[in-house]
Each structure stands twice: as C-alpha cells, then as structure tokens.
Ligand binder design. Structure first.
Ligand SMILES: Cc1cc2nc3c(=O)[nH]c(=O)nc-3n(C[C@H](O)[C@H](O)[C@H](O)COP(=O)(O)O)c2cc1C
Length: 360
C-alpha cells in the first residue's frame, strides 16, 4: 500500500465508524453486488448481435468514457465516435478517442466471427465498419476467451521476466499494417522511460484542468460505477472504496505528486517490460489501427497469463514525445505506452448498457 492508500484507508475506516456500516454500504454499494454486475457484463457470448456489441464494449478505452456508438444492420456493424465523451484536456486531438474505437473494433471482429458472422474491418475516415462476408468459420479465434478476462491492472507485478517465446507471440499477435510495436526489456531503456512517465505525471498532476477532468471520471465506489456504467473505478486501481463526497475530498487533499511518482517507479520496476506503439501517420485512421494492434496485444498478453497497464504520460504530455521516440529508435510520433508483467487481478471496470451505446 502506498501512502495515499493508507491515508484513504484510514479516512474510510474513520468515516465507516462515523456513518455506521449500513449507511456506508448505502453510500458505496457492496462488493458482491459489483461482482454480480461484472459477471453479467462478462457472461459467455451468445449469437445475439447485442451480445457481440457487449463484447466490443469490453475493450480498453481512455478514462473508460466509452466514446463509441454502434449501429447494426443486416450486413454490417458500424462503430462511430461519440464526441460528447471526449476528454479534451488529456486528449485534445482525440487521439485516445480514436485508439479506443480501434480497441473496440478488434473485440468486435473476434466476437462477431465467433457468433457466426465472419467479416472484415474497414476503416473509413473516423468510422469503423465490420462487414459480414458470409460463409462459415468453424475455427474460433484463441483470443476470444481473453476478451472477458482482459483488464488494465494498475497494481504491482512480481518482477518475473517474460519468456522470449511469449515476447515473440505478443509481437506476432499485434501485427497491424502501419503500426510498429517496440517491446522493451533492457533495464536502462526501461529506466529512461520511467523517468519520462514521472516527468509526465508531475506535469499532469500540477495541471488543475487535467486533475479536474480526471476527477470527473473517477468512480469512488462500486455503487457510482454501476450507476453510470463508465469511468475509473477506484478499486480497479487498487484504491479503497469511499462515498463519493469523501472520495472527492481525498482526491483533492491527499493525492500527492511524489507518492504517485514513487508508485509509478515501483510498478515499472516490478514489470517484465514496456511496449510502445507508433503509427506511420498521425490521423484518426491510423490511431484506430493503433487501437486494433494494442487490443490484440492486450488479449494475447491475457491469454499468456500476463497483466498490463497503460503508462501514457510520455505520449499525453506532447513535449516528452520526441525523447520517447528517440529511446525506441523511431521518427514516428509514439502513440501508446504500456507495461506488462505477472501479478494478481484487480476488480474489473464498469461498462454502460448496450441500449446506451446503440445509435438511434
Ligand atoms: C487510448 C487509451 C489510453 C489510456 N490511457 C491510460 C493511462 O494513461 N493510464 C491508465 O492507467 N490507463 C489508461 N488507459 C486504460 C483505460 O483507463 C481502461 O482501458 C479503462 O478504464 C477500462 O478499463 P479496462 O481496460 O480494465 O477494461 C487507456 C486506455 C486507452 C485505450
């Protein structure tokens, strides 16, 4: 536990005594209700098209805003951006938003094929179209089972290295035209990237607009996560559940730059490696491709028993991008950074109801 968690934990314990257990449950929800909710979200795939869309929505996405809309017809499913769910401060050019659409496209294609709808993904500007090509496919993608198990795991890992064969499998699984993936395991390069993460985190935590936007997407307890179906559940980052008002107070008063930087340094040191994705061009079409590659990486990692977490500060804070590019030996704009390794699971993040992501 880091200092922040201890402080939050103490605050929670004091508040629980003050409120009484019943009122505490009322304010935060129960773990078992949230477990049931998560299990329903991750129920096995049926041939129903709504279920295919449910699988698509389990994809990684920035701040868990789920910035997408789906429309199904007789011959295709389309994904379009929901610009009302932009995160203008951390993502001013909608880079993360389009990456998120690409992540959903990967899940959609795997789930649609497994549901008996083989097809192909066509990226048309800012729209992704999965067109059914007809015919039958009897082989189920081995990544299908990982869709419901994948998560962003923002905890400490156990320091174990990944086998070279697994690193190759990750590289192969995430091959998408126009997207490069650098997998870094050299300690000196990892340390240099760690320093960029810390520099980026320091800059972001000193930016009031960034912190305000982040806070607006934090769900401090399972009850509020289930109510909104979106956002960053505190427990999914290893933090205790607090009533929303107390969580907001703790976020404003106790979130501490040096404690957070220490946590990032420790968590990166506990990881087996870092992956950096970089597309050949910086436009929505290529960012969608980055998302496709990243989600395939995440699913393959999950299949191999690896956990992963994004550490995107060096791509979100634009002045840090050139140094990150230099470290991985590219002239491209780096798109995404994540760490991977072995460690325990954390609670899953929420998702919105399917009817709320369907285009009307
Ligand atoms: C484009 C993109 C950027 C992200 N950036 C970060 C990040 O900087 N830090 C972080 O902890 N998670 C980041 N995430 C992970 C999301 O917060 C996460 O996918 C979302 O909360 C849903 O949770 P899940 O991945 O566990 O399903 C990012 C995800 C995407 C797709």
């Amino acid at each position: 536990m880091n200092r922040r968690q201890i402080l939050l934990g103490m605050g929670g314990a004091l508040a629980a005594v003050a409120l009484g257990t019943g009122a505490w449950r009322q304010a935060t929800g129960t773990t078992s209700a949230y477990d049931d909710y998560s299990a329903r979200l991750r129920a096995p795939l049926s041939p129903d098209i709504a279920d295919v869309i449910r699988y698509a929505t389990l994809a990684a996405n920035g701040h868990n805003t789920q910035p997408w809309r789906f429309a199904a017809s007789a011959d295709a499913i389309t994904i379009t951006p929901d610009l009302s769910r932009r995160t203008a401060v951390v993502d001013p050019d909608d880079h993360h938003l389009f990456v998120s659409l690409g992540c959903a496209a990967t899940n959609l294609a795997i789930a649609a094929a497994a549901s008996g709808r083989p097809g192909e993904v066509i990226i048309d500007g800012a729209t992704v179209r999965y067109t059914f090509t007809g015919g039958r496919r009897d082989d189920v993608d081995p990544l299908l089972a990982a869709i419901v198990r994948r998560q962003s795991t923002r905890g400490d890992y156990d320091g174990r290295q990944a086998a070279p064969g697994d690193l190759t499998a990750l590289q192969v699984a995430s091959a998408v035209a126009g997207v490069d993936l650098a997998i870094i395991t050299a300690p000196t390069t990892i340390a240099a990237i760690r320093d960029l993460v810390i520099a980026g985190n320091s800059a972001q935590m000193r930016d009031a607009a960034f912190m305000q936007e982040l806070k607006s997407w934090i769900r401090f307890n399972p009850r509020s996560a289930m109510a909104s179906g979106d956002g960053l559940l505190a427990a999914a980052s290893g933090n205790p559940s607090l009533p929303t008002a107390l969580g907001g107070f703790a976020f404003d008063r106790l979130f501490d730059v040096s404690a957070e930087n220490d946590r990032y340094a420790r968590q990166i040191a506990s990881s087996a490696g870092i992956a950096v994705f970089a597309a050949e061009q910086a436009d929505p079409q290529h960012w969608i491709r980055v998302g496709q590659a990243c989600q395939r990486f995440a699913l393959e990692a999950t299949r191999l028993g690896l956990k992963l977490a994004f550490i995107n500060q060096p791509v979100e804070v634009a002045v840090l991008r050139p140094e990150l590019a230099r470290l991985i030996g590219t002239t491209r704009r780096p798109d995404l950074v994540l760490r991977f390794g072995y460690g325990p699971s954390l609670p899953f993040s929420p998702r919105r109801r399917i009817e709320d992501v369907l285009s009307s």
